[in-house]
Design a protein around this ligand. Structure first.
Ligand code: AMP
Ligand code: MG
Length: 487
C-alpha cells in the first residue's frame, strides 16, 4: 500500500511534446471536499483507501496541489460529432495529470475532469458540475462491476465553486483512470490537419504501448486496427446485452482501447426499448439504443480513414468486415448465458429476438426479467413472469419454445440454474432515477446516498440484505427523466 506522495510517474504521452498536448495547470475548486471514492480504483494505484479521507486528497484532486513529477497536459484531438466533422476539439475541461505505474507494472493515466479552461475550451468554462461528475463516477465503476470494459473513476471532489448551466450549480472534479486517453479523434486530428509525421508518431506510440503483441505480425498497424475493431465489437455487444446506452458516440468519445469512455447523458434501459434515445438533444436518434451497433462500425470506419496512410483501403475494409460477425458472436454468447443456456443452437438468435420483441411491446423491465428468469426452474419462472406481458398468447408461445430449449440444453438442478444465471444477470443496475436520487442528496450536501449506491453497484450480481429498494422498477417520476448534454 502506498501513501499519496509515493505514486511513481512516467509521463509517456507528455513526452510526445507540444504537437500533441499543451501544458496547463489545474484551476482549483473552492472548498474542495470528498464526495465519494472507489476503493477498487484506489487499489489500481496501490493506494491505501484510507488516504481518501485525508484533506490532502481533496486538495490534490480538487486542483490545489500537484505531485512534483506530474505534468498536467491538455490533449488535442478532433472528431466526428453526430456525423459531422469538427476540426478541432481537445481537452476543454480535463487534464492528463500524468501516468502512474503500479506495483504490477501497469500504467494508469490520471485524468482530472473539470480542471478549468484550456486552449481547447472553445465556448466552455472548463468546468464540470457535481451532477455529471457523480454520474460518470457511478457509471464507470458500475460498468466495471458488470464486466464491461470501461475507464475507471477514482473519486469525485465537490466544491462551493459556482458553475452556470441551465441554472447555477456547483463545480466538481472527477479523477478518471484509464491505461490511455487516446481517442479515435486523436488520429483524425493529425490526419485531417495533414501532419503525417505526427500521425505516424501517434500510431507508433499506440502500437508500442498498447498493442505490443501486434509488432510480431507481418503488418503491425493492420493487426492493431483489427484488434481495435474486435475490442469495440465486444464492448458494444456487452452494452447491448446489459441495456447500456452511451448517448454520445462521437468519435472523440471513442477510446483507442475499446473501453467505454466519456460519460454524458448515458442510461441503462429500464423497460426494454430498442428505440430508446437517452440524450434528449439527439433529435434524430442517431445514438438510439439499437443504432449503437451500426454506429460502432461507422466510428471504426472514421478511424480507418485516418489510418489510410499506413494501411491499404482493401485491408481496412476487410478488417471492418470483422465487426458485425464478432459483435454477433459475443452478443449471442452473452444472451444465451442470460437465458441460462450452456449450449448453442442455430435458432437461439431468433429465440432472443422474439423475446425482445415481446418485452418491447409490453414494456417489460429488462434487468428484472432476466434476474427473475433465473430465480427458479424454467417452467416456474415463465409462469410467474407471464403477468408482465400484454400479449399473453405471444408470450406463451415463446415460453413453450424456451422450456423445450432449456430441456434440450441438459438437466441441472434448480440451484445450479439459479447460481449460473444470477452470476450473469444483475439485480442492481444504475437506473437513472437512482442516480438522480443520489445526486439530489449530494447537491444538498449529503453524500451518503452516492456512497451507498456505489457500494450496491459494486456487487451487482449479489443480492444484498436491506437493499431491496435498489432492485425495483422506477417510480413514475423516474421513468422519463430528461438527461441533456449539459454537464
Ligand atoms: P463532450 O460532449 O463532453 O464529449 O465534449 C465535447 C468537447 O467539448 C470536448 O472537447 C470537451 O473538452 C469540450 N467541453 C465540454 N464541456 C466543456 C466545458 N464546460 N468547458 C470547456 N470545454 C468543454
Ligand atoms: Mg468527450
Amino acid at each position: 500500500m502506498k501513501a499519496l506522495d509515493e505514486l511513481t510517474f512516467d509521463n509517456r504521452f507528455a513526452r510526445l511534446g507540444d504537437a500533441f498536448s499543451t501544458h496547463v495547470l489545474p484551476e482549483p475548486l473552492d472548498e474542495p471536499r470528498l464526495v465519494v471514492a472507489s476503493d477498487a480504483a484506489m487499489a489500481l494505484l496501490d493506494l491505501d483507501p484510507a488516504v481518501a479521507e485525508t484533506p490532502v486528497f481533496a486538495e490534490l484532486f480538487g486542483g490545489h496541489k500537484l505531485w512534483a513529477e506530474a505534468q498536467p497536459r491538455a490533449m488535442v484531438y478532433s472528431g466526428h460529432q453526430f456525423g459531422g466533422y469538427t476540426p478541432q476539439l481537445g481537452d476543454g475541461r480535463g487534464l492528463l495529470l500524468g501516468e502512474v505505474y503500479n506495483q504490477a507494472g501497469e500504467h494508469w493515466d490520471l485524468h482530472l475532469k473539470g480542471a478549468g479552461m484550456t486552449p481547447y475550451s472553445r465556448m466552455g468554462d472548463g468546468r464540470a458540475v457535481l451532477r455529471s461528475s457523480i454520474r460518470e463516477f457511478l457509471a464507470s465503476e458500475a460498468l466495471h462491476a458488470l464486466g464491461i470494459p470501461t475507464s475507471r473513476a477514482l473519486c469525485v471532489i465537490g466544491s462551493s465553486t459556482p458553475v452556470w448551466r441551465e441554472k447555477q450549480e456547483r463545480g466538481a472534479m472527477v479523477l478518471r483512470l484509464a491505461p490511455s486517453h487516446i481517442r479515435f479523434g486523436h488520429f483524425e486530428y493529425f490526419y485531417y490537419t495533414q501532419k503525417p509525421e505526427q500521425l505516424a508518431e501517434l500510431a507508433e506510440h499506440v502500437l508500442n504501448l498498447h498493442y505490443p503483441e501486434c509488432r510480431e505480425q507481418p503488418e503491425p498497424y493492420l493487426a492493431m486496427f483489427r484488434e481495435i475493431v474486435e475490442r469495440n465489437a465486444e464492448m458494444i455487444a456487452k452494452w447491448q446485452a446489459y441495456g447500456f446506452c452511451h448517448g454520445v458516440m462521437n468519435t472523440d468519445n471513442m477510446s483507442i482501447l475499446g473501453i467505454t469512455f466519456d460519460f454524458g447523458p448515458f442510461a441503462f434501459l429500464d423497460d426494454f426499448d430498442a428505440h430508446f434515445i437517452c440524450n434528449h438533444s439527439d433529435h434524430e436518434g442517431r445514438y438510439s439504443f439499437s443504432n449503437q451497433v451500426p454506429i460502432g462500425q461507422w466510428n471504426l470506419s472514421a478511424l480507418a480513414q485516418a489510418l489510410t496512410p499506413f494501411i491499404s483501403v482493401d485491408a481496412l475494409k476487410e478488417a471492418l468486415g470483422l465487426y458485425l460477425p464478432i459483435y454477433q458472436a459475443h452478443y449471442l454468447d452473452l444472451m444465451r448465458r442470460r437465458l441460462g443456456l450452456t449450449t448453442a443452437e442455430e435458432d437461439d438468435q431468433k429465440l432472443v429476438e422474439r423475446l425482445l420483441k415481446l418485452m418491447q411491446n409490453s414494456g417489460v423491465d429488462y434487468t428484472l426479467f432476466f434476474r427473475r428468469l433465473g430465480d427458479e426452474s424454467a417452467a416456474l419462472a415463465v409462469a410467474r413472469l407471464r403477468d408482465d406481458f400484454v400479449d399473453l398468447a405471444g408470450f406463451d408461445a415463446w415460453a413453450e419454445q424456451y422450456k423445450a430449449r432449456v430441456a434440450r440444453d441438459g438437466d441441472d438442478s434448480e440451484a445450479q440454474r439459479r447460481e449460473r444465471m444470477h452470476a450473469v444477470n444483475p439485480l442492481y443496475i444504475l437506473r437513472n432515477y437512482l442516480a438522480q436520487n443520489a445526486i439530489a442528496a449530494a447537491e444538498s450536501g449529503d453524500y451518503s446516498e452516492v456512497r451507498r449506491l456505489h457500494e450496491v453497484l459494486n456487487k451487482p450480481f449479489e443480492e444484498q440484505a436491506g437493499m431491496e429498494q435498489y432492485a425495483q422498477r422506477p417510480p413514475d417520476w423516474g421513468k422519463h427523466l430528461e438527461i441533456s448534454c449539459s454537464s
